[in-house]
Design a protein around this ligand. Structure first.
Ligand SMILES: Nc1nc2c(ncn2[C@@H]2O[C@H](COP(=O)(O)OP(=O)(O)OP(=O)(O)O)[C@@H](O)[C@H]2O)c(=O)[nH]1
Ligand SMILES: [Mg+2]
Length: 377
């Protein structure tokens, strides 16, 4: 598009210039006042080629027998109109999608509020307590636990930041850590107990490797999981890899013999069978196997379990005495708040977190600040 500007002291004079130069059909695109010198000027910008195309090249000297816009001009206008129509259709479609997304989002929020109400929460965005509870629930904390913790900890505190600080301090306190199993000063016998498939044997192998290779401990392994086919082979494979002595114990006598055999080891690691925690036989068998020998029990639970399940699993195993917790598979968990259920209301400490399948690197000691941040966001 070819633009042309006309300047004059007044609008009337500027318009006259336009008319004189391009005729009355000139298409005005913009007018503005210019204050560069002492006296202000008016500037009119017109689309010159539109005038020429609209009225023909001779439009400026046009006589009264003008017959309307040229066919070229009409073609051009029609093409541009077609383009605009397509653009409008596209924008309408975009707006429809956006409106649909907004409706879906509103429906989702309304569903969430309904669920929260059913859970006994009060998802009132104006209520600061509720905002904190929702934040914890979003971090994976069980709803009932989030609600009761926030209510108890923030009672009497008015300021929102102080409330958040109080909750954070409570979470940090709950996540106290036990010393790493590979760093004990005295000889210890550590049995890994817990539900099926949570990573007991893998964790044992990680700790065996850390203790023997990085901390120079004399390590021995007892394979006491004779419930699952191939579990002994798994232990043998790790023991051979690490050059660690090992033995199998299928019952209490063999367990006593194995511990006697390894009485000079700094650290004896006992692999137990993963069993259904809701089944009483599980605990009877476990007691029969390790109940009468001096063994510390380290409960392995997976961070991928729900907070409610974790709380009950810990309850059941803690009845037999648990020395520390190992929380496994944090790499697979979408939120870590469920972990709060393992320690809340207990004096249990977390010895290790595991975050992958690689032996020995995917194991770490917990950091209360980091865990608190992961839960509270
Ligand atoms: N992603 C992930 N996988 C893990 C972790 N720890 C163990 N695993 C995997 O989980 C699976 C089960 O691990 P095991 O060590 O055999 O579990 P277990 O508790 O001994 O199983 P049972 O003896 O059958 O009860 C294996 O595929 C491991 O590689 C972890 O921290 N993260
Ligand atoms: Mg195992």
């Amino acid at each position: 598009m070819n633009l042309r500007s006309f300047r004059a002291p007044t609008m009337r004079e500027a318009m006259q210039q336009v008319k004189d130069a391009l005729g009355p059909e000139a298409i005005i695109l913009n007018t503005r006042e210019i204050r560069t010198g002492r006296n202000p000027l008016v500037e009119i910008t017109v689309a010159q080629d539109y005038v020429e195309e609209f009225a023909g090249p001779s439009s400026t000297n046009r006589s009264n027998d003008w017959n309307g816009p040229t066919p070229e001009f009409l073609n051009k206008v029609m093409t541009e109109l077609g383009g605009m129509r397509r653009e409008l259709t596209r924008l309408r479609a975009e707006r429809a999608v956006a409106t649909q997304a907004t409706r879906q989002w509103d429906r989702l929020m309304s569903d969430m509020k309904g669920v929260a109400r059913l859970m006994g929460l009060t998802p009132d965005s104006d209520c600061p307590e509720s905002a904190l509870v929702m934040r914890l629930v979003a971090g994976g904390v069980e709803a009932a636990l989030a609600q009761s913790m926030v209510e108890r900890v923030t009672r009497g505190i008015k300021d929102m930041q102080d409330r958040t600080r109080a909750v954070a301090a409570e979470i940090r306190d709950a996540f106290t850590s036990a010393p790493p199993i590979w760093q004990r000063n005295q000889r210890s016998v550590a049995a890994f107990v817990g539900p099926t498939g949570v990573g007991k044997t893998t964790t044992l192998a990680k700790i065996a490797a850390k203790a023997s290779i990085e901390h120079g401990k004399k390590v021995a392994i007892v394979a006491a999981d004779t419930y699952r086919i191939a579990s002994v082979d798994q232990i043998q494979a790790y023991a051979d890899l690490l050059g660690t002595p090992w033995a199998v114990a299928t019952g209490p006598e063999e367990m006593t013999q194995a511990l006697k055999r390894f009485e000079n080891a700094d650290l004896v690691l006992v692999d137990t069978a993963g069993r259904n925690p809701w089944c009483d036989d599980t605990f009877d068998d476990l007691e029969r196997l390790i109940g009468s020998v001096p063994v510390e029990r380290h409960l392995c639970v997976s961070a991928t379990s729900s907070g409610a399940d974790l709380a009950q699993i810990v309850d059941r195993y803690n009845a037999g005495g648990v020395r520390s917790l190992v929380i496994t598979k944090i790499d697979e968990a979408r939120a870590l708040g469920g972990m709060l259920s393992t320690v809340w209301g207990t004096d249990l400490q977390i010895a290790h977190l595991t975050n992958g399948q690689e032996v020995p690197q995917d194991i770490m000691t917990p950091d209360a600040d980091e865990l608190c941040q992961a839960v509270l966001g």
